[in-house]
Design a protein around this ligand. Structure first.
Ligand SMILES: Nc1nc2c(ncn2[C@@H]2O[C@H](COP(=O)(O)OP(=O)(O)OP(=O)(O)O)[C@@H](O)[C@H]2O)c(=O)[nH]1
Length: 284
């Protein structure tokens, strides 16, 4: 998808039941996916684990247990729960651009009073409903500082379904460094079919903006990404922050059946395995 997609409009989405907040906000380059109209945000779980830091540093990839084969006792409630698809979205970019605040805003609907440099990775998850299907959007908030990320990088990119590149509109260096982040991503064999979006954060600091919208849009177009300019801090931008992740979720839902499993009963056990298939019946 490019920024010229006819399916996009230059106004903020209305998410039914989602996120609160309000106005259209944006700075003329916020993209809208029509499917957002069919989206309901059901629940959110903040800081799925801060504890993820310790899990992360031990090298455990939480992204799903459900992707690998699991043996579980069969029950109807279990079957219901295991049918929830999980979309893993990683958020990357320089330190201090606001990755944590953006993920916090999406999963919890608020701006954190205080943040510290992310060490390794934090995971947050939010259940959303898209066209009648409940989907878990699992957001990996990665460390921007090299010293806090180097041992974790492989885990960030493993089985990733979508990538959010973030820069700070008030820091030209963070925009220039995007090329390095893209190269890192490509270097970890992230398929070209994995959707990527570009986010310029901190648009509330209107007097300090260094990265012009047209420059960012050109870069986004050159890399086949949608561009969102927004603010994790400004409550009026809440829906625009939601739309970053929801547009990806809608697109992923349309693309393929991720983390779906064949439920096979073998010897009284339920076997889960990953299946990937192309679906064409989603109007997103
Ligand atoms: N004005 C303004 N400040 C923001 C915004 N988003 C984040 N900040 C501030 O920017 C600083 C860094 O935010 P974080 O979310 O921790 O940045 P990060 O990219 O996760 O940083 P690392 O964890 O080091 O990679 C904090 O002081 C936030 O309060 C925003 O939209 N507007």
């Amino acid at each position: 998808m490019t920024n010229d997609s006819p399916e996009e409009e230059t106004r903020a989405p209305s998410l039914s039941g989602g996120g609160g907040g309000g106005g259209a906000g944006g700075r003329g380059v916020i993209r809208r996916n029509r499917a957002d109209d069919n989206v309901t945000i059901l629940t959110s779980s903040m800081d799925l684990h801060r504890a993820g830091r310790s899990r992360a540093s031990s090298g455990t990839d939480p992204a799903p247990s459900i992707t690998s084969s699991l043996d579980l006792s069969a029950s109807s409630s279990l079957e219901t729960s295991i049918q929830t698809r999980i979309f893993k979205i990683i958020v990357i970019g320089d330190s201090n651009v606001g990755k944590t605040c953006l993920t916090f805003r999406f999963t919890g609907g608020s701006f954190p009073d205080k943040t510290e440099a992310t060490i390794g990775v934090d995971f947050r998850e939010k259940a959303v409903e898209i066209e009648g299907e409940t989907i878990k959007v699992q957001v990996w908030d990665t460390a921007g500082q090299e010293r806090f990320r180097k041992s974790m990088v492989e885990h960030y990119y493993r089985n990733v379904h979508a990538v959010v590149f973030v820069y700070d509109v008030t820091k030209m260096a963070s925009f220039r460094n995007l090329q390095t982040w893209i190269e890192e991503c490509n270097g970890h064999r992230v398929s070209a079919s994995v959707p990527r979006v570009l986010v310029g954060n901190k648009c509330d600091l209107v007097d300090q903006i260094q990265v012009p919208s047209n420059m960012a849009l050109k870069f986004a177009d050159a890399h086949n990404m949608l561009l969102f300019e927004t603010s994790a801090k400004d409550p009026k931008e809440c829906q625009n922050v939601n739309s970053i992740f929801m547009s990806l979720a809608c697109r992923l839902k349309a693309q393929k059946s991720l983390l779906y499993r064949d439920v096979e009963r073998e010897d009284g056990r339920v076997r889960l395995s990953q299946e990937t298939e192309t679906k064409s019946n989603c109007p997103c």
